[in-house]
Write a new protein. Sequence first.
Length: 380
Amino acid sequence: MASRVVALVSIIVILLDKSLASNSRPFSIQDPQHEQYRSNVWEHEDVDISTRSKYFGLTTFAHLPYNPTCFEDASKDAAADIVIVGAPFDTGVSARPGARYGPLGIRSNSQRISPEFDYDEYGFNAFQSWATMIDCGDVPMLPFDNRIALAQLQKAHELILARGSKNTTVSPIPRIFTLGGDHTITLPALRAIHKTRGPVTILHFDSHIDTWSPVRKLSAYAGVNHGTWGWHAFHEKLLNTNNLHVGIRSPYDNPREDLETDKKCGFEIINAKMIDRIGVTGVISAIKTRIGDSKVYLSIDIDVLDPAFAPGATGTPESGGYSTRELLAILDGLDGLSIVGADIVEVAPAYDGPGQITSLAAVEAAHSILGLMVKTPVGD
Ligand SMILES: *[C@@H]1O[C@H](CO)[C@@H](O)[C@H](O)[C@H]1NC(C)=O
Ligand SMILES: [Mn+2]
């Protein structure tokens, strides 16, 4: 019985197969509309792939050229005027880690900026100027020992600074823009810059003061971290005494003691709420009054933005911060300041919101700062 069923099924399958085959004819193109479409759309002799992709491709910051020899010895030909460096380090945080991926997040969200296309509404293009810009990639920072990692970052900065600039007639010392990393990375950057330029003034955008003394409360074990780098920088004599915090709003452990320490470290504060009283232009002029013509290192903790704009900031989110637009408006007003170096820190892509808004905000802040560096060259 079973074998008869199998035989019957086989015969049906064979017949069906034959009938399908007899129905198949070569596909012919008769429709004139399709002919027209085909010749309009598909029959191009040649297509151009010599231009660079505007939105995609391997990721350096804003499609800047990558120079892999920056961190080799200073004789290597990697001279530039403005140098992007990634600092993949996040073992100095008190709460959420993840900023070691900050350089990656910032670079990958910078792909719509390109030296060839980047004109603002006034026709200004920061990438087409007297300044040569390169991206050196990420400094190898050992994830197992912070002291080694921070020394590695310092050495990378020292090498770049020692190599000198490209356009020596405008500015002999290159300026480094560091993509953090947690805020600890500002300390080695300041140590390196001190060797070349002496003490600098810090212009510090943050919701936290970051001058907490490691020898108080948390005991000496607090060491060097993302909330004590300012204290260390001051006590290592890397700073002038006209430093400034902008956007502060975090609670204090002990306001009297914390603010006293902060003052001793040479800081004044423009707190976050002040913008509602004096406006963006008021903040800009207060900054300019405080900094004057000092050589200034600009450090931006992305948590200066409200968590609505920077959910991917590490550490402790503080509500009531600036909008991205407010931050950009303040930064764009700072031309004329002698910015000798800058960083943007605490971007942790894993905590970012849909649309990667934290990284995008960091990209645009970095973009503004590169513009400031180009507009105001700084001598030695
Ligand atoms: C340096 O910049 C100045 C001012 O823009 C320019 O005139 C000069 O050609 C530049 N030199 C080099 C070597 O690029
Ligand atoms: Mn900070």
